[in-house]
Design a protein around this ligand. Structure first.
Ligand code: PEP
Ligand code: MN
Length: 337
């Protein structure tokens, strides 16, 4: 971190500030330029509050030279992290497709879809039991019963299950029943929830918030990691832009950017990005070609009658076609990597 002092600041004021940083365990290098001095802070500055430093009447400006995230930072952990979801690996060259309905609706529905997506090559089953809906009058999910139906589908197929947690009070039940705990876009900055899932032994799927930067997203992963859970998979699911034709705008730049910034795996959700079933296939192909570590795709046996997100759900037959294309693209990528 670099602290630029105001022109004309007295030597004793500069030294007093330097001493304050030194008493916090940092080393301070003072450079006296023409008219102004600069303090270079060396050491772990992650816990320093830049705004508090800027309040000092002698301080002109404060700048970070390093990112505020440490555990998620590629610089301190050059190798890719591989997250193991009950035997299914994601990251470091391991590619996995997660598929299933937006919401769990019945035992037949979710087990039937689980069988279909497994036959097409999906490695995990998704299904919402607690749904974050824009309207309080929309279907809110089956709650814990939905998790039990996912467990039945897991028993029938062996697929690990992925489901969204909406509140810290459900941490215990998710720890017991779910293999990969999803934190949804709307909760990406629910810091209490992030701290709570950071205490779980289960890996976390952290979706990008609707209007969050890469750094904010990685800082949310940092919350989970700082609480003790280093098994985090990031998921780009489209962001809010001025475009209204699609539900969201899929930000494919996130894949190379996150790869550079962090060692955590990154997967893509083309379903929530597009909001339209016919656009899921090209977006899934593009994301695979650019090198994501996996996909999460909504699949429903009867999309027109789905209780949630039918408009963006693939039929099992369509999903099967998409998987064939995705698999051949993966083979092509393996020749490049
Ligand atoms: C979902 O996965 O069903 C979901 C609600 O996703 P998001 O949080 O990305 O909107
Ligand atoms: Mn959905």
């Amino acid at each position: 971190m670099v602290v630029i002092m105001k022109p004309g600041t007295q030597k004793q004021d500069i030294e007093a500030l330097a001493q304050k940083f030194e008493s916090q365990g940092l080393r301070v290098g003072i450079t006296n330029g023409v008219g102004c001095s600069i303090l270079g802070l060396v050491g772990d500055t992650t816990a320093l509050d830049m705004d508090k430093i800027a309040i000092d009447p002698h301080v002109e400006r404060v700048m970070r030279v390093q990112e505020p995230y440490k555990k998620a930072n590629r610089k301190f952990h050059p190798e890719d992290t591989v997250v193991d979801v009950n035997g299914v690996k994601v990251g470091g060259g391991n590619f996995a497709v997660i598929a299933g309905p937006c919401s769990v609706e019945s035992a037949e529905q979710v087990t039937g879809i689980a069988r279909d997506v497994k036959a097409s090559g999906a490695k995990m089953l998704r299904g919402g039991a607690f749904k974050p809906r824009t309207s309080p009058y929309s279907f809110q999910g089956m709650g814990e019963e939905g998790l039990d139906l996912l467990l039945e589908a897991k028993k029938a197929t062996g697929l690990p299950i992925v489901s969204e947690i909406m509140a810290p009070r459900y941490a215990e039940v998710f720890e017991e029943k779910v293999d990969l705990v999803q934190v949804g876009a709307r909760n990406m900055q629910n810091f209490d929830l992030l701290k709570e899932v950071g205490k779980l032994s289960k890996p976390i799927l952290l979706k990008r918030g609707l209007a969050n930067t890469y750094e904010e997203w990685i800082m949310s992963a940092e919350y989970i990691m700082a609480a003790g859970n280093e098994n985090v998979i990031l998921c780009e699911r489209g962001i809010r832009t001025f475009e209204t034709y699609t539900r969201n705008t899929l930000d494919l730049s996130a894949i190379p950017a996150i790869r550079k910034m962090s060692h955590l795996p990154i997967i893509v959700d083309p379903s929530h990005a597009a909001g339209m079933y016919w656009m899921v296939e090209p977006l899934a192909i593009a994301a695979t070609a650019i090198g994501c570590d996996g996909l999460i795709i909504e699949v429903h046996n009867d999309p027109p009658h789905a209780k949630c997100d039918g408009q963006q759900s693939l039929t099992p037959e369509h999903f099967d076609q998409v998987m064939k294309k995705v698999e051949s693209l993966r083979a092509w990528r393996n020749t490049m990597d």
